[in-house]
Ligand binder design. Structure first.
Ligand code: ZN
Length: 63
């Protein structure tokens, strides 16, 4: 489920929102109604976006 976490900059509340489309213009805090929200990274999202170590190949050890 493409659920993103947002943090309101006005009241400081954190809420989740289901994003179906690519862009979410209609985004406002459900608590105070402010549009000053910042997108946070979910736990499952960060796990999938782990930076892979470059230069790791096992096909170069001969001789
Ligand atoms: Zn708020």
């Amino acid at each position: 489920m493409p659920i993103f976490e947002y943090a309101c900059q006005e009241c400081g509340k954190v809420f989740e929102k289901l994003v179906l489309g690519k862009s979410s213009s209609d985004l406002a805090c459900p608590h105070c109604g402010s549009r000053s929200v910042e997108q946070k990274f979910s736990a499952f999202a960060t796990a999938a976006a782990t930076p892979k170590p470059s230069g790791a190949s096992c096909a170069s050890a001969s001789g």
